[in-house]
Design a protein around this ligand. Sequence first.
Ligand code: PHE
Ligand code: ZN
Length: 849
Amino acid sequence: MKDAAPQTVYLRDYNPFGWRIEDVSLTFKLAPEATRVTSRIRFAPNPDAPAQDFFLHGEDVTLLRASIDGAEVTPEITPQGLRCAVPDGAFTWEAEVEIAPASNTALEGLYMSGGMYCTQCEAEGFRKITYYPDRPDVMATFTVRIESDMPVLLSNGNPAGSGDGWAEWHDPWPKPAYLFALVAGDLRNHPDRFTTRSGRDVELNIWVRPGDEGKCAWGMEALKKSMTWDEDVYGREYDLDVFNIVAVDDFNMGAMENKGLNIFNSAAVLASPETATDANFERIESIIAHEYFHNWTGNRITCRDWFQLCLKEGLTVFRDQQFTSDLRSAAVKRIEDVAQLRARQFPEDQGPLSHPVRPESFQEINNFYTATVYEKGAEVIGMLKRLVGDEAYAKALDLYFDRHDGDAATIEDWLQVFEDATGRDLSQFKRWYSQAGTPRLSIHEDWQDGTYTLTFTQVTKPTPGQPDKAPQVIPIAVGLLSPNGDEVVPTRMLEMTEGRQSFAFEGLSARPVPSILRGFSAPVVLDREVPAEERAFLLAHDTDPFNRWESSRSLAREALLAMIRDGAAPDLAWIDALGRVLRDDTLDPAFRALMLGLPSQSELAQVLHEKGATPDPDAIYVATEAMADALAQRFEPMLDALAEQARVDAPYAPDAEQSGKRALGGAALALRSRLDGGEAAQAQFEAADNMTLQLSALTCLIRAGAADLALGVFHDQWQDDRLVMDKWFGLQVAAAGPAEAAAVAERLTRHPAFDWKNPNRFRAVLGALAMNHAGFHRKDGAGYRLLADWLIKLDPLNPQTTARMCSAFQTWWRYDSDRQALMKAELERIAARDGLSRDTAEMIGRILS
Ligand code: PHE
Ligand code: ZN
């Protein structure tokens, strides 16, 4: 167990470690209850470090013996590690420890999943394997020997020999301990090869449990595409002779970029047309790319300390987003990413968990793998690229790789590279890394004698620990349309640096209509009351696809707010404008499908709160349903045509074109099911030969209250497939109405296949409940209670997943006082548990603060 007294770590306290490591050699004798780990580490004094005690991290490890230069030593052991007297010069440390992977339920360090051994060391898991300076700025080459009777034995780097019951691996690239990995199991591989552009022949493998071999092909294609893309776009080649990917069923996150040995949550790599949806395929492609891209942005250049997490994560998310836009549709990808940012990062940034992209303190670093560090971190890089331009961005990145290869770097290093490559002063831009909160932009327009002037004012509300905010650099992409719909000023990047600032466009013959923040050029909120006619005009004429979508979204939002607050009827003017877009078959089906999506209920709750109203989840649900019914009725005459345009005759492929069609078909089917009681959905369910069609039909059937039969059929068909069964569990909760969601979730937690220790299964049920807005916020608190019961149960076993799921409560402050009291009571009930993990304690403390 972790130490109970919470300790806060501060960025400003950074000090280098007192020693460097020449090399590390590890031997693992694997056994489920008693694995022996021997380490041999050559230390030499670090001349750049202040004097300090020799301290090695170590948690939940039993030290059996230790020696320095061959002479036995008796270190002082604490719950966090050990301290030992050491010689003045260089020395060799040797130790043997014992650990118990089979009883490691936290899935951090060395643990077992489905009979195989695997590791997860980021951020601070290596200290659960052996005593070591477990910090990213200590980099070393590793040689690893594994002794086990498991048939497949893997570690980082290149194979260095193997025999009966043993294998050795050597990783020539110095790396921090968080990138260490080891896998041992009865695994099957899906092999392939890749030749890098300089001629290195690389062996590629995806390793899976027997039975999953047929679900590897897509991941392998994605890997090869990623390797090619990183060569073409960033000039980065792979640097080992093998690249291994392993799928494991029990994993807290999506995947992990361990050097040469990526470990994936099986949900993030395994796919076949029958078992995975188009959305799964797209996500797998992007996660494979993300982990592969880390080889340069994360591994070759790593982070000096965990405060710099966004250095690798923001940049790598940005790179995987670029990759997906290049392979698929840039417009669709941008809309999806912004929708995600608003759904996940904005609530974080606008509530008690708000923190800078580079936090300045933490208690448990695992709590900072957040949407802010990842997604806002990526937005910050996008802004930087917009400000300096594509060419300068490429030049800066080349300089970054040249200058910092092999380093543990900081955000200061990163920005310095851009300053040196462009001559720009980025000191103000740096506020994006240090200042939390979402800036709000308000806009004033002026039209006089052919000159159109836009005046922007930026305001960022106080966030925890940051009462006063300074103006940020905001790139605002603006284009102007003439009243007849032609673009008179193409996209121009305005660079706002002051709290209030004007930009003039001269020589116009008529007052233009502005298209502001095109492509969502900065992660801000636009506070602008736009007349509905102007939005409808932009919806029809804007050349920027993102803003076209945004106009429709805003109209939908306004219409829904009017329904919720004033009992207004659905806005037919907007519905008809949307109808014209849907009928336009020159537009990408995927784009049209996105246009049909309504703002989420959680987003509506946020907007209501901002407008001074108290959001009522039931009223929001009712209005959203009424709006969807209105769309269905109004669009009924064209549903057949849409379904026809969505038809795919070619064999199934999860590419952008087919996926877009199926997305449009799914949206049309959802509307159809509101009119026919699920008849068309039942037919699609029965005919479906791929999971996308099967699942979209099942969703419609649940919503139509006509799924009793289909759910049983689906269950019997897929009961042996873990990943598909996660969908079966999750969908029932996600699609349940507000009155039933908590009861459905509760019933599913009693299902024999509800293996709650598996994070995917736990999230399928409880995570889906937290996402079912009206169901989770049921007035009697049943949703809150059920989630809290299960978080209490999971915390002693798996603190990381528990703590992350506490964020379901982060928006408590938006709601009425009854709901607030219920949510706080549940948070306090969790917080009062004896032996609560440091992870969960920190999260609840912050949420309640
Ligand atoms: N570094 C991993 C990724 O982005 C995420 C991760 C963090 C996985 C911590 C496991 C533990 O890509
Ligand atoms: Zn990452």
